[in-house]
Design a binder for this molecule. Structure first.
Ligand code: ADP
Length: 247
């Protein structure tokens, strides 16, 4: 078997909380340009997996390699700089700022070139903000105060605030929760539009959305993989049906 270069390689990942293994010897691999979805019942360990990858929670054992770099001993900030962006369920946009300003403040400050003329940087930022605004369907809302956006538009703005940092991996926690059907469909379109340059790891409960976006699905149950593969295979797996229908 030829060793493949995965964007993300999780191996033997375990975390114990007072002896309880919320994530238990978990291994999975995410490719470049892939949308991977983690599903599973409440308490399965989905959120904990994302917490481990972004450094919010420290692993008890195991390895998380991102572009070959070991993340398990990095700080959350170092993990962001390594190229992993995470959107939490609770919104973190600034309501009293415009769409443009929300995107602008998320532009990585480290990108500033010393000695570069201010107007040159401003032009680069503006160009990037406009490109991201287009991706998130807010090009004609650039100067709208964020508080006036719909729930769905606020979710997209947050995705935009991650995209502007150009993470190689975006992690999203229930991105379509509370969205209308048309917003959900556009969110799927958004994700398919960005995978040329990014991979996406999503926790999701909305099965319609999962079918729309997932290249592959992981069904997590009691901190382990119950089933994995394409959605049409996974959803017919008797083990999965049993867990979801409660026997
Ligand atoms: P999911 O996102 O699939 O609903 P979680 O990852 O939130 O599941 O939780 C998995 C299990 O780990 C749950 O039983 C939860 O109570 C437990 N858990 C999560 N975080 C902690 C923590 N910081 N301390 C103790 N137990 C935790």
């Amino acid at each position: 078997d030829v060793q493949k270069d995965f964007l993300l390689a999780v191996e033997g990942l375990t975390v114990s909380f007072d002896g309880f293994k919320a994530v238990n010897d978990l291994s999975f691999y995410v490719d470049e340009n892939e949308i991977r979805v983690i599903i599973g019942p409440n308490g399965a360990g989905k959120t904990t997996v994302l917490d481990l990858i972004c450094g919010k929670t420290e692993a008890t054992s195991g390895s998380i390699k991102f572009r070959g770099q070991e993340l398990t001993h990095m700080t959350p900030n170092q993990i962001v700089l390594a190229g992993v962006g995470r959107k939490f369920q609770t919104p973190s946009i600034y309501d009293d700022l415009t769409v443009f300003e929300n995107l602008e403040i998320s532009y990585p400050r480290g990108r500033t070139v010393f000695g570069a003329l201010t107007f040159k940087r401003d032009a680069a930022v503006r160009e990037r903000v406009e490109a991201v605004a287009e991706t998130i369907f807010l090009k004609d809302r650039l100067h709208t105060s964020a508080e006036l956006l719909s729930h769905g538009q606020k979710q997209w703005l947050e995705i935009g605030m991650l995209l502007i940092q150009e993470p190689a991996l975006l992690m999203l926690d229930e991105p379509v929760a509370g969205m209308s059907v048309s917003e959900r469909v556009k969110t799927a379109e958004l994700l398919h539009g960005i995978i040329k340059n990014h991979s996406v790891l999503v926790i999701e409960h909305d099965m319609k959305f999962v079918e729309d976006i997932a290249h592959k699905v992981i069904v997590l149950h009691q901190g382990r993989i119950l089933s994995e593969g394409k959605m049409d295979k996974v959803k017919n797996d008797p083990k999965v049906i049993e867990v979801y229908l409660g026997h």
